[in-house]
Ligand binder design. Structure first.
Ligand code: DO4
Ligand code: MG
Length: 285
């Protein structure tokens, strides 16, 4: 089942279920006003199935605006989980090549803080490239949605926007390359009820449009992620508390070639076939 947040034409935020017919069933009529309580339920899928049987308001997608499905969850990200990411990063940086090489096969994964929840950009909202960076790319990633008990309860799509020249100059600049205004998009919904085995059959596709044409296209499979989802989630929760749960991006397996950089007005389209499509336009921030 697909859980979402949306804004009505009266500018009221609601929680809903996205149907296969591209409609949204509003859950306010059933007394549900936030996603977190559903993700924290003993059995979120069972709870959503029961809610979907109730009489609920229906909205078509053109009546509403989907919001990022993140409320108070911190967003973190795993890195160098795909061979493609390791190789691209080793090429971009002589200085840090050894670090990327080691972390790919080390026992402890790379996990870094990505975004406060209130700074996450939703579907259709602009994502940013830094004015002081020359080489910028989107990173299309599967997002694990984890509750406060550390259980993976759903999946979404994330864009871990990155400035490759800043990261490549010195790995200690990673927070500046990764964490800035509008550097993280998540959406369009949270898929609840899929196992890791199911998620590993999904394809991730990235398309970048400029002036109506495609300037970059790439594809990978979730199954290329080297580490298990449980392993990534359990490292995130070591000696940590997440009272509202957390979202963990699982790393990128699609890296455009060395000559490619994003420009303002580019359209970034990320599709994960088991989830949906996350689209955002690029602006300078
Ligand atoms: O090591 C730096 C960041 C890696 C990353 O974001 C990724 O592999 O997706
Ligand atoms: Mg990344």
């Amino acid at each position: 089942m697909k859980l979402c947040r949306f804004l009505t034409s009266q500018q009221e935020a609601h929680v809903g279920l996205l149907t296969d017919e591209n409609q949204v069933l509003g859950l306010s009529d059933a007394g549900v006003n936030n996603l977190t309580s559903l993700l924290e339920a003993e059995n979120p899928l069972q709870r959503l199935k029961a809610l979907s049987q109730q009489s609920l308001a229906r909205f078509s997608l053109n009546q509403i605006q989907l919001l990022s499905p993140v409320e108070r969850q911190e967003v973190w990200a795993a890195g160098v989980t795909y061979l493609r990411s390791k190789k691209a990063r080793m090429e971009e940086s002589n200085f840090s090549a050894n670090a990327y090489d080691r972390v790919y096969s080390a026992q402890r994964p790379e996990i870094f803080f990505k975004s406060l929840p209130e700074k996450v950009v939703g579907p259709g909202e602009p994502v940013g490239i830094r004015t002081d960076a020359q080489w910028n790319v989107p990173e299309p990633e599967l997002a694990l949605v984890i509750n406060s008990r550390g259980t993976i309860v759903g999946y979404s799509i994330g864009n871990d926007m990155s400035s490759r020249d800043i990261e490549g100059e010195n790995l200690l600049y990673l927070p500046q390359a990764k964490i800035y205004h509008r550097s993280c998009a998540i959406g369009p919904c949270i898929v609840v009820g899929s196992t890791e085995t199911m998620a590993r059959t999904w394809l991730i596709t990235l398309q970048i449009y400029r002036g109506g044409g495609i300037v970059f296209e790439g594809q990978t499979t979730v199954n290329q992620i080297k580490r298990s989802f449980e392993e990534l989630a359990s490292y995130l929760y070591r000696s940590q508390i997440f009272p509202y749960g957390a979202v963990l991006l699982t790393g990128t397996g699609i890296v455009p070639g060395e000559n490619f950089t994003l420009q303002p007005d580019d359209e970034v389209r990320i599709e994960v076939n088991g989830i949906g499509v996350l689209e955002n336009t690029i602006i300078m921030v």
